[in-house]
Write a protein that binds this ligand. Structure first.
Ligand SMILES: *Cc1c(COP(=O)(O)O)cnc(C)c1O
Length: 418
């Protein structure tokens, strides 16, 4: 029995069966490559679902962890430490928001943002305003796995096994301004969006829809809450994806790449929204600990030192242009979209998408498939053009070999109604 087989058997017996893992045992990594127990290197175009922004074993992260872990790992939020204000200063300067609450994960940040929106509406009511408690979320949204998060997540399979989830959520058709207008009223305490939907298939909001959401929320005092957990922290070439639109939210949430691989989440909000929170109303034991904050600071400082925002834009544009060139040769690719290093190639067949991920893995390249037919690329920000070329060559080979078997399935697929 190999080491992998032993682990597989043990997990099968001991863990909740939540995951269908790929049969690879990773033990290390370097730059954009992750390394398995045989020493085989894999080009990582997924970076642990958008987490490992600086790749693997980046000296700045290794050093920050070593230094901070020698000094202090945890204090609880009963006491001060040096990291939170330092990191909050960097985040507020770069996002145009005023205040920060640190959590551990994406879903925890999102739950906090929902609570903040409810508390803010409560405060407005106490000041004589008419505003309700309802949330508007978007179709195809994904906001995490805890109760409030699944309640605001569109796909029924994430919610229904756990019903009843948090009530008071209505879903608006994606980018449908008329539907948004029809569903908005002073019953709504917050409009919830991702500037670019991640799990929903790397789908950006239109300028019109985003601007309308901003205007409607402002008209009643409701909050515009933008989930930047996947798109934020530089992935799209700006600190937050909403900055591409010139639209400022009242609240945003960050997590995945925030501490370069350590768990850390954050809620950022305006001074106005922050009025709703008083001492004791919300909290966390681990959130914003010294170790995660030290690494978060190192990530931001390194991104600036290495010019990684501009780099993500440049390499991301190159990646998209190469995918578009590929699409002219393989009609199975029906759309290429994204911003910076948050990129999708949509195929005309779910089966081919699944096969492509598996074939890429055989060629030692990690990508994934979201929303059935969408190949998703979330590489580390340190990706270079040569890595893009490697990925494109592999896709070219796969579509040449397997594309024909699937071409034409698009019509059958569409006629089948999803
Ligand atoms: C991943 C993700 C979440 C949830 O984050 P977790 O850390 O897995 O809880 C929420 N929103 C978006 C947009 C995400 O991509």
């Amino acid at each position: 029995m190999t080491r992998l087989d032993q682990i597989k058997a043990a997990e099968c017996k001991l863990l909740l069966s939540t995951y269908e893992r790929n049969p690879i045992l990773f033990v290390g990594g370097e730059g954009v490559h992750i390394i398995d127990e045989q020493g085989e290197r894999y080009l990582d175009l997924l970076s642990g679902i958008g987490v490992n922004a600086l790749g693997y074993s980046h000296p700045a992260i290794v050093e920050a962890i070593a230094k901070q872990s020698r000094a202090l790992i945890h204090t609880s939020n009963l006491f001060f430490h040096e990291g939170q204000a330092e990191l909050a200063m960097r985040l507020t300067e770069r996002t145009g928001l005023d205040r920060v609450f640190f959590a551990n994960t994406g879903t925890e940040a999102w739950e906090g943002a929902l609570k903040l929106a409810r508390a803010h509406a409560g405060l407005l009511r106490s000041e004589g305003k008419t505003i309700g408690t309802k949330f508007l979320a978007l179709e195809q949204s994904f906001h995490g796995r805890t109760f409030g998060s699944v309640a605001t997540t569109y796909k029924a399979k994430y919610r229904e096994p756990f019903d009843p989830v948090m009530p008071g959520v209505e879903f608006v058709r994606f980018n449908d301004v008329a539907d948004l207008r029809a569903k908005f009223s002073n019953e709504v305490c917050a409009i919830l969006v991702e500037a670019i939907q991640g799990e929903g298939g790397v789908r950006p909001l239109t300028q019109d829809f985003f601007a309308e959401a901003r205007a409607l929320a402002s008209s009643t005092g409701a909050l515009l809450v933008v989930d930047e957990i996947q798109a934020g922290m530089g992935r799209t070439g700006k600190w937050c994806a909403y900055q591409h639109y010139g639209i400022q939210p009242d609240v945003t949430t960050l997590a995945k790449p925030l501490a370069g691989g350590l768990p850390l989440g954050a809620i950022l909000c305006t001074e106005e929204a922050a009025r709703a929170i008083r001492a004791g109303m919300h909290g966390t034991t681990f959130g914003g600990g010294p170790l995660a904050c030290a690494v978060g600071i190192a990530v931001i400082d390194t991104m600036e030192k290495q010019g990684l925002l501009a780099h993500a834009t440049e390499v991301g544009d190159y990646f998209q242009s190469q995918l578009r060139a590929l699409a002219t040769r393989h009609e199975v690719i029906i759309d290429v979209r994204g911003k910076g290093l948050m990129i999708a190639a949509e195929l005309d067949s779910a089966e081919l998408a699944k096969l492509t991920v598996a074939e890429m893995l055989k060629r030692h390249i990690l990508i994934n498939c979201t929303s059935e037919t969408v190949l998703r690329f979330l590489p580390p920000y340190i990706l270079e053009r040569t890595h893009v070329d490697t990925g494109i060559a592999a896709l070219d080979e796969i579509f040449t070999e397997h594309g024909a078997a699937f071409s034409g399935t698009h019509t059958a697929y569409a006629a089948g109604g999803n």
